[in-house]
Design a protein around this ligand. Structure first.
Ligand code: FA5
Length: 347
């Protein structure tokens, strides 16, 4: 019996030595130590031995059982270490390789420019107001003194929203004037910046562009105030205190008188040429058209319930895209919309 015990132990140890996988070890464990295993058989046979033999063989059997169980556990541990080693070999990481920098986004030049304008105007006491890009005809036209069959509607070729009655992509930022005046009493001083949309598309006009609206209403507001604000604004934008503005009579239904606003050409500084080369930007006029303006039409003030005997106001609306192109010497409007980070990150 003792021999048999020693032999089984030797067999198990030899088999464990060559075992390469967990599964083989598990089979050996069942085969030797399981309920119907060979060693368990021997243990079961102990009870038939004589008392003295039972004692000695029993002792040996218990000792060997522990040894065999330990050997199995040791093998499991060895296999696990080997497996981890293999993974480490296969999946090693070279921590000295330089990392890839993730691309970080960047504020778009147009957004930056609009933020700068907010700063310029807030220093003159203007608050910032906002309105929706998808606007009701009521605000985009009617309340601005442009009723449905008014010829001025043809001045702005409009995107109408299909299946949504009386709704447009706003053609101008002027509807924000109405929204703001409906919600506030004078005195008011606001600007509103944002996207505007028209069915325009050529080298200098795009279907989506940006405007800056300005509105000041109160007692004794005059064109002199308008001129002062716009002149300071243009000087700040182009960082040139010698810039002047001039008004030309024009027509917008929501202002009276209506004005076209020009500022000194910031490229040739009003000379019409630089070192005898004719200025192409202002076509040698020395002036650049930047937007529309005027004194708010009494009808518009009436529409929002303001007392037209007491209050007057001015309003202006500037196109921003061309202004940005001139300031940053950008040749093509499309650069704004390609979202090429190499371009955007320069500003
Ligand atoms: C208006 O939009 C008026 N709401 C401006 C205004 C406001 C007048 C308040 C009086 C009082 P106008 O259609 O001229 O006006 O457009 C103003 C500016 O927007 C233009 O001078 C031009 O710089 C810019 N603009 C107009 N259409 C486009 C376009 N398709 N692409 C780029 N810029 C444009």
């Amino acid at each position: 019996m003792k021999d048999k015990i020693e032999k089984l132990k030797a067999q198990l140890l030899a088999a464990l030595k060559s075992a390469k996988t967990d599964e083989i070890v598990r089979n050996l464990e069942v085969d030797f130590m399981g309920r119907k295993g060979q060693f368990t058989d021997i243990m079961r046979g102990l009870k038939d031995l004589a008392d003295e033999a039972k004692k000695t063989v029993g002792k040996l059997a218990n000792q060997v059982k522990t040894e065999m169980e330990l050997a199995i556990q040791k093998k499991y541990a060895e296999l696990e270490v080997a497996e981890l080693g293999e993974i480490a070999d296969k999946e090693w990481i070279d921590v000295t390789v330089p990392g890839k920098k993730p691309l970080v986004g960047h504020r778009h030049l147009i957004t930056k420019f609009m933020d700068d304008l907010e700063v310029i105007f807030s220093r003159m006491g203007f608050a910032v107001a906002a309105g929706p890009d998808i606007e009701l005809e009521h605000y985009n036209f009617n309340q601005l003194n442009i009723p449905p069959d008014h010829p001025a509607r043809d001045m702005q070729d409009t995107f109408w929203i299909k299946n949504l009655k009386e709704t447009v992509l706003r053609t101008q930022t002027s509807p924000v004037q109405i929204r703001y005046m409906e919600a506030h009493e004078p005195p008011i001083r606001i600007i509103s910046l944002g996207k505007t949309f028209r069915k325009d598309s050529d080298a200098t006009h795009s279907p989506m562009f940006h405007q800056c609206e300005g509105l000041m209403v109160g007692e004794n507001i005059s064109m002199a105030n308008l001129k002062a604000v716009l002149t300071h604004f243009m000087q700040q934008v182009f960082e040139d205190p010698s810039i002047k503005t001039r008004f030309r009579i024009s027509y917008f239904p929501f202002v009276e008188p209506g004005l076209e606003v020009d500022c000194t050409c910031p490229i040739c500084h009003g000379e019409g040429k630089t070192e005898n080369v004719p200025c192409r930007l202002c076509k040698q006029t020395g002036w650049l058209e930047v937007g529309g303006a005027g004194m708010v039409h009494p009808k518009v003030l009436e529409n929002v319930g303001y007392d037209t005997e007491k209050y007057t106001g001015f309003a202006f609306g500037m196109g921003l895209d061309r202004m940005i192109m001139i300031k940053y010497r950008i040749n093509h409007l499309r650069m704004f919309f390609e979202n090429d980070l190499r371009f955007i990150q320069q500003f």
